[in-house]
Design a protein around this ligand. Structure first.
Ligand code: GDP
Length: 360
């Protein structure tokens, strides 16, 4: 499923952010959190619609769409040349579906910067270079083997061509995510190489609290990474927010000029970056969000709940979330003709409230 790998130079606030994320259940009391391994945390995608559904259906619990975060340590300047723990970080980052770089923009002189000066643009370049170099090494190492395979199996020639084109792109300093489509490279052919720069990147700028309301400053940072998404937060404030009772947390948040905690923005933006959306189910037991790619059909959506639902799919009873809320109850929505029966070709929409009919 959706896993966001957190990378960044040492001392930029990765652990502070990760720890705050994994304790995020205070501000969003209904969103459960689980730690799988010390460096992996699962948080719920914040979704106010679930609270409203749960109230309407008298649900015992709320189950948000899960988003996993992995704290990826060891990606330092020169990792590709064996600095620090060398390429050990690769094992952790391969499974990530998106890469979130935490960039230091806070000024605290008490926190040393590994390179002696605070420069978001230099830090971004350092990390991007390491990711590019890691991919370059992977492709260079694989190419002789791929070429040998292509001599035996004709269909492997396309993989070799894609790998060679990828090598050229990476040598120019362009990530595959940014440049593959334009260069005519089908990255699916390279899936077996688990390349890092095919993943979407997003950026968290860890800024001083005082700068959170400084639009010019934030725009400058945003411009460094556009068109990638930029999220701004003060990781220290975020870690304080999650320790406070809800009303005090709200007060602190308002005092910083933000409308939504940075952590929630990160979960939401990370989720959207991957072209995902959710549909909803509701009943007395639970109100729940399910993750599907944009463009998924009704049977594919059913398959996310259970493969039997997809195999035996008959139809889906669907009402848009807003229509349901406007009607006030499922019965009223039905009476108003807002509940539709959709067949196997229906393309799911974000916020569809669904009940599947299926054969077992
Ligand atoms: P990591 O090495 O990237 O995981 O960085 P840490 O999260 O361990 O943070 C390094 C140091 O910077 C710690 O002393 C943190 O308390 C401090 N720090 C992290 N985020 C902030 C921030 O937003 N503002 C300030 N002033 N200090 C921070």
């Amino acid at each position: 499923s959706l896993t966001i790998g957190i990378v960044g130079l040492p001392n930029v606030g990765k652990s502070t952010l990760f720890n705050a994320l994994t304790k995020n259940d205070v501000l969003a009391a209904n969103y459960p959190f689980a730690t799988i391994e010390p460096n992996v945390g699962v948080v719920g995608l914040p979704d106010e619609r679930l609270d409203k559904l749960a109230a309407m259906f008298g649900s015992e619990k709320i189950v948000p769409a899960p988003v996993s975060f992995v704290d990826i340590a060891g990606l330092v300047r020169g990792a590709s040349k064996g600095q620090g723990r060398g390429n050990a970080f690769l094992a952790n980052i391969r499974d990530a579906t998106a890469i979130c770089q935490v960039v230091r923009a806070f000024s605290d002189p008490n926190v040393l910067h590994v390179d002696g000066k605070i420069s978001p643009s230099d830090d971004i370049e350092t990390i991007n270079t390491e990711l590019l170099l890691a991919d370059l090494q992977t492709v260079e190492k694989a190419l002789p083997r791929l070429q040998k395979e292509a001599k035996l199996k004709k269909e492997r020639a396309a993989v070799v061509a894609a790998a060679e084109a990828a090598l050229a792109l990476l040598n120019e300093g362009t990530t595959l995510y940014a440049g593959a489509a334009k260069a005519g490279i089908d990255v699916a052919l390279l899936a077996e190489l688990h390349l890092l720069t095919t993943k979407p990147f997003l950026y968290v700028f860890n800024v001083d609290e005082a700068e959170l309301g400084n639009a010019d400053f934030l725009d400058e940072l945003r411009a460094l990474v556009a068109p990638a998404e930029a999220i701004f937060m003060d990781a220290k404030i975020e870690s304080e927010l999650i320790e406070l009772p809800e009303d005090e947390a709200r007060e602190l948040l308002e005092s910083t000029g933000q409308t939504e905690p940075g952590l929630q923005q990160l979960i939401r933006v990370g989720f959207n970056t991957l072209g995902l959306q959710t549909y909803l189910t509701a009943g007395p037991k639970e109100s729940r969000a399910w993750t599907v790619p944009v463009g998924a059909t009704a049977p594919e959506a059913a398959g996310v709940i259970h493969s039997d639902f997809q195999r035996g799919f008959i139809k889906a009873e669907i009402v848009g979330f807003d229509d349901l809320m406007a009607a006030g109850s499922m019965a009223a929505a039905k009476a108003a003709g807002k509940v539709r029966m959709e067949g196997k070709d229906y393309i799911m929409k974000d916020g569809d409230v669904v009940e599947f009919r299926f054969n077992v």
